[in-house]
Design a protein around this ligand. Sequence first.
Ligand SMILES: Nc1ncnc2c1ncn2[C@@H]1O[C@H](COP(=O)(O)OP(=O)(O)OP(=O)(O)O)[C@@H](O)[C@H]1O
Ligand SMILES: C[C@H](N)[C@H](N)CCCCCC(=O)O
Ligand SMILES: [Mg+2]
Length: 226
Amino acid sequence: MNVPATGVETCPGVFVTGTDTDVGKTLVSAILAKAWGADYWKPYQTGVATLPDDTETVAALLGPEGGHVLHAPACVLQAPLAPWAAARAEGVTIEMAGLRPPRTAAPLVVEGAGGLYVPVDDDHMMIDLAARLALPVVLVARSTLGTINHTLLSLRALRAQALPVMGVVMNGPPSPGNREALERFGQVPVIAEIPRLERVDAVSVAVAAARIPALAVLARAVRQAG
Ligand SMILES: Nc1ncnc2c1ncn2[C@@H]1O[C@H](COP(=O)(O)OP(=O)(O)OP(=O)(O)O)[C@@H](O)[C@H]1O
Ligand SMILES: C[C@H](N)[C@H](N)CCCCCC(=O)O
Ligand SMILES: [Mg+2]
């Protein structure tokens, strides 16, 4: 583990965020973990009363091979809300200041909840978690109409805090025009495009992980990051 300027021990890996909730962060996290032989951690999991738990989903998408470790969330909340709101609904308090990443032998894929400005506790949002962990950020964006505005706003927020951005993953039907706009106006590489998958399962995740050449190129950078 390294101790970056934030004073929080961290480890090699990436922080996966998105332009929104439901944008494909969990699927992309599974693909990245598969491509990089990485572990997975979702520190703040909300919505378990009604929605699938992301850690269980990733476990199923990675399958039994590969030796990936799925680290338990620091905080699991029932309501399908931002962590700050879900915690309040349960009468519990979250304090991001006490959060410590798990010790890992492999690189770690950390998945946020919702997008960057989702409140976690009274004083912190998801973007503050990215800063605290000091991991390069992978931003998952929809490929379709509307993504330019959401993605450029998210990139601006990251850059305003001088957070390192590894790149954008576009999720959904390929859109060369949107890709060009994101790369040009966001000054960011699109590191992967994930098409609409007919089935989201361990086979399609393994195929996607093997088919994206940029992910193999980034594997070394991921092991050194953090
Ligand atoms: N490329 C795709 N092809 C088919 N289905 C997809 C694709 N991307 C995402 N989905 C489906 O869309 C839903 C939302 O995706 P996902 O759970 O990855 O979003 P998320 O950003 O992780 O949401 P949250 O903010 O709740 O963590 C899931 O049912 C997932 O299987
Ligand atoms: C429950 C859901 N699937 C996510 N994990 C939490 C999303 C919080 C989004 C809050 C918001 O941006 O309005
Ligand atoms: Mg998710």
